[in-house]
Design a protein around this ligand. Structure first.
Ligand SMILES: Cc1cc2nc3c(=O)[nH]c(=O)nc-3n(C[C@H](O)[C@H](O)[C@H](O)COP(=O)(O)OP(=O)(O)OC[C@H]3O[C@@H](n4cnc5c(N)ncnc54)[C@H](O)[C@@H]3O)c2cc1C
Length: 491
């Protein structure tokens, strides 16, 4: 089943971070990419708006992009990490272009750039409103052509053991527990949306990589810095709510309350185009003021043909829900969307554990500060995953290959079945304790409840299944967030 039992590098995750890292290695480096579900299922594939990058030096510059990023991040960003993101990112975006990612272009042939909330310039390159899928599909195609990279889907990493000169990973595939060795490991496992009842995130976003890194002793930082998006489609009873991209407001949509009135300017002079956290806050406060959760986006003033060609995916998803956005207002409400904190890494994407790297949404590089600027996350995934790969290549060339320590005793597949309802319980606690407007009076009790669940999962004798591993990840991640909140860190 596994082509080899040892690799130079194992990459956990086939989102933009994992795939772009895999692409960097030459023939002389053996790489394994593992992905717990089908390869394209990820937050990356869901990205709509695009990638932010300074590509038009006549109308934009690095200083402006850096300033926008710092303002959105409330100046809690790591400046060197932001400078690296902004100055190196354009070359990575052009690399995608040269791989064949079809970013939209103007009649003149130059890349078309749109505006999103918090950006002072038009700098978001995009492929209609399905940029992430366009990038992921092309990256998968490119990685599959590399003879030194093996890719395994439906392969779930459930543990990482540190040994001399590397790691042994426990991987669940087709119901069997396997061990694979690696000198270097890159965690690129994405976000944590599934700890919430309502999220825009993909089903894979259970925070596995953060939980695995935490169990290994890696530093986790600012996990309670969570971004709530102000405009997810308000579908009843759907856990994964589809996103109505910021670009819809960028192109002129207005946000209306239950009385059909614009309200965003009451809370911030930037109105609907204020950063996400500001708009989400405004919506919740307006919801309390009006006593209603009914809110709408209205873009009907725009030409219907423009709407259909600029937002084909959102248009057809809305139609599936019975809403024609060229004529109807779209029902929306805030939703969990993105994680700014994560596994702490340095400017080379290294964790505090020798040989362990992390990139993408599961990390804390410090680029986002307290709040991510729209379309900076795909850019971060590109820049820091490439950096991680470059650093591993540098280490392999300078230090040479060293013998890997022996594998630990294999795990037993035997164990008790996981009780039902654990994930639901945690989601209810998180939704009730910390959703847009935090409720400090609930922190301590919620933490104690989740902590008891974590202890039970870690000390119990449960069979290692995907359900168990994801429930354990959700519990560990929720526990760290609530612990930060009750300790007063971050907010
Ligand atoms: C609806 C939506 C719209 C967005 N729009 C934009 C946008 O326009 N611009 C922008 O910059 N950002 C956007 N984002 C954010 C951005 O898409 C993500 O932050 C980014 O793509 C994350 O990439 P990643 O590679 O870190 O993780 P992901 O793309 O989520 O990939 C994670 C990978 O890890 C694998 N994995 C997880 N756990 C395990 C395990 N235990 N074992 C094996 N594999 C595992 C998964 O299967 C998956 O392959 C959006 C996000 C969402 C949800």
């Amino acid at each position: 089943m596994f082509m080899k039992d040892k690799y130079d590098v194992v990459i956990i995750g086939s989102g933009v971070a994992g795939l772009y890292a895999a692409l960097q290695f030459d023939e002389d480096v053996d790489v394994l990419v593992v992905s717990k579900r089908e390869l394209p299922l990820s937050n990356s594939s869901l990205a709509q708006g695009g990638v932010a990058a300074v590509l038009d030096k006549n109308n934009d510059n690095y200083k402006l992009h850096i300033a926008d990023t710092l303002i959105a991040g409330k100046f809690k960003n790591n400046l060197s990490a932001v400078e690296k993101l902004v100055s190196e990112g354009p070359a990575d975006v052009m690399k995608l272009n040269s791989l064949g990612v079809e970013f939209d272009t103007e009649k003149s042939g130059e890349l078309s750039k749109t505006l999103e909330a918090g950006h002072s310039r038009h700098r978001i390159v995009h492929h209609k409103d399905s940029t992430g899928k366009a990038i992921v599909d092309k990256l998968i195609e490119s990685v599959q052509q590399k003879s030194n990279v093996d890719m395994l889907d439906y392969a779930l990493v459930y543990e990482i053991n540190k040994v001399e000169n590397g790691f042994w990973l426990g991987i669940l595939k087709d119901g069997e527990l396997n061990q694979v060795g690696a000198e270097f490991v890159l965690i690129a496992t994405g976000g944590i949306g599934r700890i919430y009842k309502y999220t825009t995130n993909s089903a894979i976003a259970t925070g596995d990589g953060i939980a695995l890194a935490h169990m290994l002793g890696a530093e986790i930082r600012h996990l309670s810095r969570i971004q709530f998006h102000p405009t997810a489609f308000a579908a009843e009873n759907e856990r994964e709510r589809f996103l109505i991209s910021e670009a819809v407001r960028g192109e002129g949509a207005v946000y209306l309350n239950c009385k059909g009135e614009r309200f965003a300017f009451k809370y911030d002079e930037r109105g609907e185009l204020a950063p996400r956290d500001v708009v989400s806050n405004a919506v919740i406060r307006e919801s309390i003021a009006t006593g209603s959760e009914d809110f709408y986006l209205d873009i009907t003033a725009k030409d219907p043909e423009f709407i259909k060609s600029r937002f084909p995916m959102i248009y057809s998803r809305c139609l599936e829900e019975g809403i024609d956005m060229t004529k109807d207002r779209i029902p929306v409400f805030p939703c969990q969307h993105y994680l700014m904190g994560g596994i702490n890494v340095d400017i080379n994407a290294r964790t505090n554990i020798d040989g362990l790297y992390a990139a993408g949404e599961c990390t804390h590089t410090g680029v986002h500060g307290a709040n991510r600027l729209a379309s900076n996350s795909l850019l971060e995934a590109l820049v820091y995953s490439r950096t991680a790969a470059e650093h591993m290549i540098y280490k392999l060339h300078t230090d040479g290959r060293k013998p890997l320590g022996p594998a630990p005793k294999p795990d037993s597949a035997e164990g008790e079945a996981l009780p039902t309802g654990i994930r639901t319980k945690i989601r209810e606690i998180m939704q009730d304790t910390y959703f847009v407007l935090p409720k400090p009076e609930k922190y301590q009790k919620s933490f104690e409840e989740v902590d008891a669940i974590v202890n039970n999962l870690i000390t119990g004798n449960y069979a290692i299944t995907a359900d168990f591993v994801e429930a354990r990840s959700i519990a560990i991640v929720a526990g760290i967030i609530l612990d930060e909140l009750r300790e007063g860190i971050n907010l």
